[in-house]
Write a protein that binds this ligand. Sequence first.
Ligand SMILES: Cc1cc2nc3c(=O)[nH]c(=O)nc-3n(C[C@H](O)[C@H](O)[C@H](O)COP(=O)(O)O)c2cc1C
Length: 312
Amino acid sequence: MAGVTDRPFRQLCRAQGAGLVVSEMVSSNALLWGSEKTRRRIDHSGEGAPIAVQIAGADPVMMAEAARFNVGHGAQLIDINMGCPAKKVCNVMAGSALLQDEALVGRILDAVVSAVDVPVTLKIRTGWDTEHKNGLAVAKIAEQAGIQALSVHGRTRACAYRGAAEHDTVRSIKAAISIPVIANGDITTPEKAVAVLQHTGADAVMIGRAAQGRPWIFREISHFMATGEHLPEPAPAEICSILTAHLHNLYAFYGEYTGVRVARKHIAWYSKGQRSGNAFRQHINQLESAEAQLQYVQDFFNHLMELEVLAA
Ligand SMILES: Cc1cc2nc3c(=O)[nH]c(=O)nc-3n(C[C@H](O)[C@H](O)[C@H](O)COP(=O)(O)O)c2cc1C
């Protein structure tokens, strides 16, 4: 997820049980590769294997070049974005806009697959809009092109993030192709993960937004799948310790100024649903230094721990 799955967050999700994590998308426009944003997106130091990088663009030659460039910078798996509905991406006919042009999809996939020796995977939506759900046709093109796994977000491009994701299309795709299929969209609990796996027959599930502020969802799902039982909710002390380590990693990765700002949204996600979370978020967004941010997080969770003791 652009703006979310930076290196610190990926490392955290992996430590919490995610089997595979993917970078924020890297544009295929080489003019942007020197930017600070891209420089961070291609920094994989200390990341565990397989290092998976997502690329976005609409020109087969540029996409092939982007794949080679990222493999040269450590990528061990290239994922192609044909799922992003963002205007910025779709206006240049990339992301999910590509689903409208199946011939071009084929040319991009062929070019990228033949450009690199690492596995290439593809992320799509179920189609362009509800009248043009061509996810199945695209899946067959992907299999033909040598794509190694396909992730399907159960919404069309036109749906953006509205309504509920549907997994019937994922089920039809899984039944029609023989490469691994990964189901994605609105999977927020261990039960939902199991239900989607059963309904679709998919080989894996992909979790996006539900990991924001809850990176332990991966271990919760693994545990539930292995035992049929739920792990207890992490206590405030554990959440505080996970968040504090996450913050230190953000400051180290972005530097203090940007790190403090990037951290705000993560802190807000972690505090969602916690008692006095609203007041906490309003105040923490005003703080400018790492020290003040860390201290206020500590104070907030100390208070939650005290309430927990009182309630026991
Ligand atoms: C802030 C944000 C950024 C995203 N960026 C990307 C992206 O760069 N590439 C991509 O394939 N999907 C991107 N997505 C889509 C997610 O990967 C996922 O398909 C979608 O959120 C549905 O899954 P979920 O319900 O588990 O979040 C993004 C989603 C969000 C909310």
